[in-house]
Design a protein around this ligand. Structure first.
Ligand SMILES: [Zn+2]
Length: 255
């Protein structure tokens, strides 16, 4: 399995990060993608990448909730750290926590989509309470070869399909699929398995039966199993396909 979205450098893992990595490997996780947040998390992210080479892979970008008055400096910083990145991320729009810098969030997203174009890299996209803006931006900035993951998907199949009119996007499925009232279980039935990847978003969004506790990559198998159940499919097949989708998107094991 591949955890396409994990903040392994978060301080929640400081006490036992080696054990968390060991458990992930034990559970069958082969690679982790570590999305960036902002300048303040860069050091920790970088250290993690150095500690687990070949297992942890780098994404560089500016998270929408970190877009503020100083976003110009933050963007320049993220751009200067792109070397070795397998993706641009995480980027996107977030109107849930605050709308104060929404114009700047859109500008930051547009610019980072240009980086993806320039460097021919996939995007890891975060979108919360901001789908009209996201779709408008993807439409405006669309280019041939635009691709990526719509991470922590919790919206409809229709919105997912609309995003896919502008690029080749995969649906990032995480712990939310295990929540009892999640309509996501209905949504994933209609999505081609070639378009789905697994993620934990650890340390957040723990799947059942760990909901409310710290999340970790080893729990990916619970997500895979629940995804298979929702699709009336075989867990092994779901794991095989989602792994292949992630390997192809990030060009892992080919370098
Ligand atoms: Zn994230």
């Amino acid at each position: 399995m591949i955890d396409t979205h994990v903040h392994l450098y978060d301080q929640a893992f400081d006490p036992d990060r080696d054990l968390v990595v060991a458990r992930a490997k034990q559970a069958g996780v082969r690679h982790c993608i570590l999305p960036a947040i902002d300048k303040s998390t860069f050091r920790a992210q970088n250290k993690c990448l150095e500690l687990y080479p070949g297992f942890c892979h780098k994404a560089s970008g500016l998270h929408p909730t970190s877009v503020g008055r100083d976003y110009r400096q933050e963007l320049d910083f993220a751009y200067s750290k792109l070397e070795g990145a397998v993706a641009i991320g995480e980027v996107g729009l977030d109107a849930y926590w605050s709308r104060e810098f929404m114009d700047e969030q859109i500008l930051a997203l547009e610019e980072q989509v240009q980086w993806a174009r320039e460097l021919d890299l996939p995007l890891i996209i975060h979108s919360r309470s901001a789908f009209p803006g996201l779709l408008a931006t993807l439409k405006k900035c669309s280019f041939p070869g635009m691709r990526g993951i719509l991470h922590a998907w919790s919206s409809s199949a229709e919105i997912f399909r609309e995003a896919n009119r502008y690029g080749y996007f995969l649906m990032g499925i995480g712990g939310v699929i295990t929540y009892r009232n999640a309509r996501l279980a209905e949504v994933v039935k209609d999505i081609d398995l070639a378009r789905i990847v697994l993620e934990t978003d650890a340390p957040w969004l723990s799947p059942v039966p760990f909901r409310g506790q710290r999340n970790e990559s080893a729990y990916l198998e619970h997500i895979a199993r629940e995804l298979a159940k929702a699709r009336n499919d075989n867990p092994d097949r779901v794991i095989e396909h989602t792994t292949q989708n992630a390997l192809s998107l990030f060009l892992l094991e080919k370098k």
